[in-house]
Design a protein around this ligand. Structure first.
Ligand SMILES: Cc1cc2nc3c(=O)[nH]c(=O)nc-3n(C[C@H](O)[C@H](O)[C@H](O)COP(=O)(O)OP(=O)(O)OC[C@H]3O[C@@H](n4cnc5c(N)ncnc54)[C@H](O)[C@@H]3O)c2cc1C
Length: 451
């Protein structure tokens, strides 16, 4: 049976990915300008694409030909736009409304750690330094009563899960972070922190050294699925492949799959210019740190150390909008910029006058019931999509799991991963967008100065 799918939409990412702009050791990859034949083609060069390609190499070695096709530049999409927290612990633990089950959380932690171990072995094998990947842990911190309560709940859940943590007071936070903004915090040790664009560039460069063909700026605009060989048409070339892994996150919907099930959320970041020596001195604190807000709608902040001349900088992430069109507007970016400037001024009065050099937004894909868009969606076409926010880890995991499913069929890890329901159907428009954006705004307002 032959089925032709025309891609309805191609990815558009607002603003320059700051992490990619400051990364000096960028590799460029060719665009596909000819016809190629491979055994496996992976569509999407983010974390899911990486997890899939690496797992294929692990399971099949150089026996089979593998290609990755990316629409944009490698690390210009969400993979190079995120805040770089590779979280091992379930994120929702720090919400007021936490209602998870212990067994489910322990399973998720095991799976997350498999993915982080994979990310770490990629970093080691391809010679990345600590600025690109490190197990530096993370701090969840707060400056409001509401946030303190979340930290207490978080601590109780971690105790119940048998996970170690360290509580931090205002003085600890001041000496670690420089800022006096935060009053209470909680540190866990096993989160990995990455320079997302640097990590992704180095990882894909490493894949090429192992024989994987990586093409960037080559959007797949049409697919013809066939009984024996699938054909993918890109802007200037064609891929024929026996097996296809779709690692396009929310854009799986642009190929006609998982209709009415995917929420397309944009979130936004600003990155300062490189700080001058006297500014760094005025700030104080340790070289490199990452803080997640105790209130999920608050600001994520990172201080990054100089890497190959990119400078010490502060990165602020906050604000979320639902854009079912899969495009963010100029107005969205302006709103985010205003909120981020306010957040920066509150936390870093000693850095008054330091401008933001880069501002950008990026897409996340969520389902109503927080399950992935995963599985064999057509004969020998697997989806490793929709990571429900924490895609540096869950993307890597779903790419690995798609390959395990395709090549091995049944493994212990896969059986753990596959315990979830189908994605729930979304309410119709315009109710969905109006309701969701109003709720997001309300929650941002509730988060107070945490934002
Ligand atoms: C500002 C921000 C902060 C974030 N912070 C964090 C964080 O700290 N920790 C965390 O875990 N997650 C974070 N995320 C989320 C994380 O970036 C994503 O969940 C993750 O990138 C998803 O990985 P993925 O590989 O599934 O998809 P993506 O990274 O989105 O990769 C999919 C790729 O498919 C490509 N593609 C789409 N259509 C086509 C086509 N037709 N042809 C070819 N290629 C195509 C896209 O260009 C894209 O590069 C953040 C996101 C943003 C925007």
């Amino acid at each position: 049976m032959v089925k032709t799918i025309k891609t309805k939409r191609l990815p558009k990412d607002p603003g320059p990915a700051g992490w990619n702009e400051i990364y000096k050791d960028k590799s460029s990859f060719p665009a596909l300008d000819t016809d190629i034949e491979v055994d496996w083609v992976i569509v999407g060069g983010g974390f899911a694409g990486l997890g899939a390609a690496k797992r294929l190499l692990q399971l099949l070695g150089s026996k089979e030909r593998i290609a990755v096709i990316e629409a944009r530049g490698i690390a210009q999409g969400p993979a190079g736009r995120n805040s770089g927290f590779m979280l091992d612990l379930p994120h929702e633990l720090n919400s007021d409304t936490y209602a998870g089950s212990k067994e489910q959380d322990l399973r998720q932690i095991r799976l997350n750690r498999e993915a982080i171990t994979m990310a770490e072995s990629i970093a080691q094998q391809y010679g990345m330094d600590k600025a690109l990947f490190s197990r530096s842990g993370k701090i969840t911190a707060s400056a409001t009563d509401r946030g303190y309560r979340s930290i207490e709940t978080y601590a109780r859940h971690l105790t119940a899960l048998g996970e170690p943590y360290e509580l931090l007071g205002a003085d600890d936070l001041h000496s670690l972070l420089g800022t006096e903004f935060y009053r209470k915090g909680l540190r866990t040790a096993r989160t990995a922190m990455i320079q997302p664009a640097g990590y992704i560039h180095s990882a894909y460069k490493g894949l090429v050294s192992e024989g994987v063909q990586v093409y960037e700026c080559s959007p797949v605009v049409e697919m013809t699925l066939n009984d024996d060989v699938h054909t993918l048409i890109c802007a200037n070339g064609v891929v024929r492949a026996k097996n296809v892994i779709m690692a396009v996150n929310g854009h799986i919907q642009s190929f006609g799959f998982f209709k009415q099930s995917l929420l397309h959320i944009f979130t936004y970041s600003s990155m300062t210019r490189a700080l001058k020596n006297h500014e760094l001195k005025a700030l104080g604190g340790i070289e490199n740190w990452g803080v997640l807000p105790a209130d999920p709608m608050g600001s994520t902040i990172r201080k990054i150390s100089d890497h190959a001349g990119s400078g010490h900088r502060i990165v602020v992430r906050n604000h979320a909008t639902l854009n079912q069109s899969m495009e963010a507007s100029e107005g969205n970016l302006k709103d985010a910029a205003r909120l981020q400037d306010r957040s920066f001024a509150r936390r870093f009065p000693m850095l008054k006058g330091v401008d933001m050099e880069y501002r950008w937004g990026g897409r996340l894909c969520l389902t109503y019931n927080s399950v992935p868009a995963f599985g064999e969606i057509e004969n020998r076409v697997w989806s490793a999509c929709c990571q429900n926010g924490l895609g540096t880890v869950k993307g890597m995991l779903s790419g690995m799991m798609a390959v395990d499913k395709a090549v091995l069929g049944d493994t212990e890890l896969l059986n753990e991963f596959l315990i979830y329901q189908a994605p729930k159907r979304l309410p119709p428009e315009p109710f969905l967008s109006v309701g969701a954006n109003a709720t997001l705004k309300w929650k941002e307002w509730l988060s107070g100065i945490e934002l």
